[in-house]
Ligand binder design. Structure first.
Ligand SMILES: O=P(O)(O)OC[C@H]1O[C@H](O[C@H]2O[C@H](CO)[C@@H](O)[C@H](O)[C@H]2O)[C@H](O)[C@@H](O)[C@@H]1O
Length: 241
């Protein structure tokens, strides 16, 4: 995998993952921080791209807004189950939290028994976190498998020290493909940057459709290009032409 080409602000639409791409991974999911200088660079880049810059994340858009405050960006949140095409627009939700009520109940005994496993409830998705208890990886995956037994309407995804469940039929690849049909992204060449397994859906879509696919870090990937870490991502974003 090679170094990525520089962003061409006249031609490209830029889609950026959040955790592990724009911010370093930390133990507490609520404790991620973006440097003010990096935030200012993102804002400048969005203007140069005539708005064609979006965050594509497993996070809720409300959480992204909090981390990126005072800025707001176009975004696909919860792996595409939430959408906002324009920073000042309303968030569109493609599923409601009630879909996961039975799962909340089914996971409760495991959470009671294993206090080192934590649940992040994103409404339309549930996440079991085990970063601070890596020995509980199998236990978390087993609990999620058992809780989702017979639920073909749901999909379980393994991320970086997490196991996550949400309604089936949506992933970051579908989200990027759909956003590319709409202004300000339509007609531009997609660039996608991401670090995790859930980014592979989008990296594959972009790679197969003439775009620029960029993996962050050393994990295996379908991407054509690589950047070493979060610092390298911000450096590269700042070099856009
Ligand atoms: O799609 P992303 O923007 O990369 O979001 C994926 C998940 O990110 C968060 O979890 C990850 O980051 C946490 C903070 O650094 C870390 O503690 C955790 O181990 C990582 O998996 C977020 O909490 C999840 O909801 C997102 O799905």
């Amino acid at each position: 995998m090679s170094q990525p080409p520089l962003i061409d602000s006249r031609r490209h639409a830029v889609f950026l993952d959040f955790d592990g791409t724009l911010v370093d991974l930390v133990d507490d999911p609520s404790a991620v921080v973006i440097a003010p200088a990096a935030l200012a660079r993102l804002e400048a880049l969005r203007a140069e791209l005539s708005g064609a810059l979006a965050i594509v994340s497993g996070r809720r858009i409300a959480d992204l807004d909090r981390f990126l405050s005072p800025l707001r960006f176009a975004a696909a949140g919860v792996h595409g189950l939430e959408r906002r095409l324009h920073p000042d627009g309303a968030v569109e939700r493609l599923a409601g939290p009630e879909t996961l009520d039975a799962l909340r109940a089914a996971l409760a005994p495991t959470l009671l028994a294993e206090s080192r496993l934590t649940l992040e409830d994103k409404g339309t998705a549930l996440v079991l976190h085990y970063r601070t208890a890596p020995d509980l990886k199998d236990r978390a995956e087993q609990a999620m498998t058992e809780a989702t037994q017979g639920r073909d309407d749901l999909v379980v995804m393994l991320g970086d020290n997490i196991v996550e469940v949400h309604p089936a039929g949506m992933d970051k690849g579908v989200a990027v493909a759909e956003m590319l049909q709409q202004p300000p992204f339509a007609g531009r060449v997609p660039v996608y940057v991401g670090d995790d397994t859930t980014d592979e859906f989008a990296l594959r879509h972009v790679r197969d459709n003439g775009g620029v696919s960029i993996k962050v870090g050393t994990k295996e990937s379908v991407a054509a290009h690589r950047l070493a870490d979060v610092g390298a991502v911000h450096h590269w974003l700042g070099a856009a032409t």
